[in-house]
Design a binder for this molecule. Structure first.
Ligand code: F6R
Length: 239
């Protein structure tokens, strides 16, 4: 694991370089994206660089980590809407090559198709991750098998509480999601994980130094050959 401790802005700038390098070397790269608060500074930086002509996503394909069950792609709270608004509509990636798990067709077949599509695209070159306070990556909550592929998941109370800030109340936060599995994530050729704020410090310490255990899904990243962590000083304070 390579660990960068720096400001949010510096993290966005350094990580954006990874995208510039990758897309220069491989214009049709496959990118794994995340939602939530953490990636927003990176997305703003990618948009800025696209506007300056420093990178193009014209030939790229993307796969998002997860989607809430029950939310149609047109729902403003869906992760599809989040990605369209915060990234896709502001860069040149063709929308038809951006994939987000379906929140309305959540059958096992549809989940398997998502993994098959990733494979058919050649696998994910660069996967972006945030981390939940309980160690989830994607929406793989503690206890999820390290062998999991894309699947339907039950969200924990703490995850729903953490995400209630995007809704009017916790009752509105869906209780289930469809998420890439841990194996799907680990199959990515390289991974960038961002974490910011003191509330992530404990889980970052466990993920980096703790035992590799399904109780802390992010701990599996210790076994991946190309992982970079971008932490602000608060998230890194227990390292
Ligand atoms: C988002 C995702 C989640 C978030 C995590 C952190 O697609 O899969 O694992 O990355 O819940 O969320 P924030 O960034 O809002 O703290």
């Amino acid at each position: 694991m390579k660990i960068h401790v720096c400001s949010r802005e510096q993290a966005a700038e350094t990580a954006a370089e990874r995208y510039v390098e990758l897309l220069k070397r491989k214009p049709n790269a496959v990118l794994g994206f995340a939602t939530g608060s953490t990636p927003l500074s990176l997305y703003r930086e990618l948009i800025k660089r696209y506007q300056r002509g420093e990178l193009s996503f014209r030939q790229a394909t993307s796969f998002n980590l997860d989607e809430y069950v029950g939310l149609d792609s047109s729902d403003p709270q869906s992760y599809r809407s989040f990605m369209n608004k915060n990234l896709f509509e502001q860069i040149d990636i063709p929308l038809e090559r951006t994939f987000v798990p379906s929140g309305t067709n959540c059958s096992a077949e549809s989940a398997a198709e998502y993994d098959a599509k990733i494979q058919a695209a050649g696998g994910i070159d660069l996967q972006l991750l945030g981390v939940g306070r309980n160690g989830h990556i994607g929406f793989n909550e503690p206890g999820t098998s390290f062998d999991s592929l894309t699947h339907r998941v039950q969200l924990s109370r703490s995850t729903r509480e953490a995400n209630a800030r995007f809704f009017h109340s916790i009752e509105e936060v869906p209780s289930e999601a469809v998420s890439m599995g841990i194996k799907t994530v680990m199959n990515a050729r390289s991974i960038l994980l961002f974490a910011q704020g003191e509330e992530k410090a404990e889980v970052i310490q466990k993920a980096v130094y703790g035992p590799v255990t399904e109780d802390v899904p992010a701990s599996i990243l210790q076994l991946h050959p190309f992982v970079e962590l971008y932490l602000d000083p608060e998230a890194a304070k227990l390292l």
